[in-house]
Design a protein around this ligand. Structure first.
Ligand code: NCD
Length: 305
């Protein structure tokens, strides 16, 4: 039985396979409409979510399966003090697979150690978000036709942005990747991302506070929101929240085939005027997120079309 807690739980070959399945689902959705008939997905979300929870649920419905859902910690026994381990054992009696989002780093890992069914990490605190990474990799592969030889800029809250941590980790396994880290000094990537991921894998990277100076070299610009809920005080959030706001003007020096990505939700870091720019990919990511989760659910449940 396999779970997905960290993107490194999947080999690059398995990621390729998921991307191929996802592309086939887009081409031939009918082929997949019944493959999870009789199976149940439990979504256990102890933190806010729109896309991740609904995309998991839509994915399971489109595979012909069913969904059980806890959509806020306050409405479940977690509010009575139940442990993640006990919740995982309990839900294993009702469902075939769990997708869990939790404010505490490591909670989905604890769930996977106690569940008797596969557990998918749907975001744990400021740590990891491997299914957003699958979404991002599918999007990059569809937009660029490759996952190697790319200069990828990450801009915004690189400290608390879990989607950033997981995507950097995934990209570190491909060749010819250059990472450009753009953030205020206070919001640089955690030390372990530099030492255990970038340095360890010999990845070429630079850190800067200046988006405009690096814009011309980027193939991908991955914008992120400042993660208000992970700040210790509101003053720091208010001071940092508008550090980077992408406007059409700022894209003048960008490559004609730049891909602008964002895991969403957007607050104000990308001007709405950019949404119609053909380089904007964030709503394509939303669509791809549902498709790649269909492929992932099939893989972990070991069902085939
Ligand atoms: C992200 C998350 O939850 O980490 N959202 C998502 O799942 N698409 C990004 C964010 O909240 O800023």
């Amino acid at each position: 039985m396999r779970s997905l807690i960290d993107i490194q739980d999947l080999s690059p070959a398995e990621i390729d396979e998921l991307i191929q399945t996802a592309n086939d689902i887009i081409e031939n959705p009918k082929k997949y409409a019944e493959v999870c008939r009789g199976k149940k997905l439990a979504t256990l979300f102890f933190e806010p979510s729109t896309r991740t929870r609904l995309s998991f649920e839509a994915a399971m419905y489109e595979l012909g399966g069913n969904v059980l859902s806890v959509s806020s910690g306050g409405s479940s026994s977690a509010a009575k003090g139940e442990s993640v381990a006990d919740t995982a054992k309990t839900v294993s009696c009702y469902a075939d697979i769990i997708a869990m989002r939790h404010p505490k780093e490591g909670a989905p890992l604890v769930a996977s150690m106690n569940a008797t069914i596969p557990v998918i990490n749907a975001g744990d605190g400021g740590h990891n978000h491997p299914t957003q990474t699958l979404t991002d990799l599918l999007t990059i592969s569809r937009e660029k036709g490759r996952l190697d030889n790319l200069t990828v800029g990450f801009c915004g809250d690189l400290k608390f942005g879990r989607t950033v941590h997981s995507l950097i980790s995934a990209l570190s396994r491909y060749t010819g990747i250059k990472i450009v880290l753009i953030s205020p000094e206070e919001l640089t990537v955690p030390g372990y991302i530099r030492t255990d991921v970038l340095d360890k894998n010999g990845i070429d990277y630079v850190q800067t506070t200046d988006l405009m100076s690096v814009m011309p070299e980027l193939d991908i610009l991955y914008m992120t929101r400042v993660q208000r809920e992970r700040f210790f005080n509101e003053e720091d959030y208010l001071r940092l929240k508008d550090s980077y706001i992408l406007t059409p003007d700022k894209l003048k020096s960008a490559k004609a085939d730049l891909s602008i990505m964002h895991p969403l939700p957007r607050v104000n870091e990308i001007a709405v005027a950019i949404d119609d720019d053909p380089r904007a990919c964030y709503f394509k990511q939303v669509f791809n997120g549902k498709i790649v989760r269909m492929a992932l659910i099939m893989k972990l449940l070991e069902v085939h079309a």
